[in-house]
Write a protein that binds this ligand. Structure first.
Ligand SMILES: Cc1cc2nc3c(=O)[nH]c(=O)nc-3n(C[C@H](O)[C@H](O)[C@H](O)COP(=O)(O)O)c2cc1C
Length: 267
């Protein structure tokens, strides 16, 4: 099957999903690449259209075993038309549960044809020096795996006579999907005296929760706990408040999810 362009759509507050997608794109080896980084709110204003001559890679982090709730409205505006799609989720070494099947179902409902899926491991958003979880993942082995997966997907696409001839991958997960926990205001960020008010945190917040006029205040109603502001702070001034649920999760993950998990591929 001839592909005109590769479209890479991804949400990646702390950069692990983006790293996996970049390695996959190298393996896929197409010349024309459209980068659709939907991490920032402005980028989620426009719907993504893709035709049967495009190959779409769509990648999201796993939040609570599901596709991040925040992305549902954008995903439901995807305009696909027999578009071949590879679905990717990146999770923090706990579990990806129903995220990949949910992403695959949405893509199919929106007119895409899922040719393959993968679940990679990324450093957990809640990981910190005291409670490290999957630190520095994806590492070199993961990225090599992502490149190889891209190459295998390319071979599979090249070998297809038409999209109708594609066999559907067996994507794991349950329906109905894991229930989402009711979400109240999230107030877990503390800002230390190291803060120099540089504003990098506000620039990188994917939901505009940090007030540019009052950088030490994070809006609890907007915050999605992605921890981008903590990880991006050049002064290491931001952290999870001691005793907050995020600090508690980090401790639990550090104690219970230390054993390395490997990427999983579904073709
Ligand atoms: C709110 C929230 C919920 C998460 N839920 C899960 C989960 O259910 N399972 C898991 O293994 N990791 C979970 N993670 C970790 C992320 O999936 C993981 O760190 C991912 O690599 C982050 O992607 P990014 O670097 O592209 O932002 C969660 C992270 C956040 C912020």
């Amino acid at each position: 099957m001839d592909i005109r362009s590769l479209k890479l759509a991804y949400f990646s507050p702390t950069g692990t999903t983006a790293a996996v997608v970049e390695a996959m794109a190298e393996g896929l080896g197409y010349d024309v690449i459209e980068d659709v980084d939907i991490t920032m709110p402005e980028e989620r204003q426009e719907p993504l259209e893709a035709s049967a001559e495009d190959l779409l890679v769509i990648a999201v982090p796993v939040y609570g075993g599901r596709v991040p709730f925040l992305l549902e409205p954008w995903l439901r505006t995807l305009e696909l038309d027999g578009t071949p799609v590879v679905c990717v989720v990146v999770y923090g070494n706990r579990a990806f549960e129903d995220a990949l099947i949910e992403l695959s179902d949405i893509v199919t409902e929106r007119g895409g044809v899922v040719l393959g899926g993968a679940a990679f491991v990324g450093e957990h958003s809640f990981s910190n020096d005291e409670y490290p979880v999957a630190v520095a993942r994806p590492d070199a082995d993961d990225l090599r795996g992502a490149g190889d997966f891209g190459r295998r997907m390319r071979e599979a696409v090249d070998a297809l006579s038409s999209i109708d001839a594609a066999s559907r991958p067996d994507i794991p997960g349950d329906r109905p999907y894991k229930e989402r926990k009711p979400r109240g205001p999230v107030d877990f960020i503390q800002v230390g005296d190291e803060c120099v008010l540089c504003g990098v945190c506000a620039e990188q917040c994917p939901v505009g929760a940090i007030d540019e006029e009052d950088l030490k205040h994070t809006d609890p109603d907007k915050c999605i706990m992605c921890c981008a502001c903590i990880k991006v702070c050049p002064e290491h001034a931001r952290s999870a408040k001691p005793g907050s649920p995020v600090e508690g999760f980090a401790k639990w993950l550090n104690e219970n999810c230390a054993e390395r998990k490997e990427p999983a591929y579904f073709l």
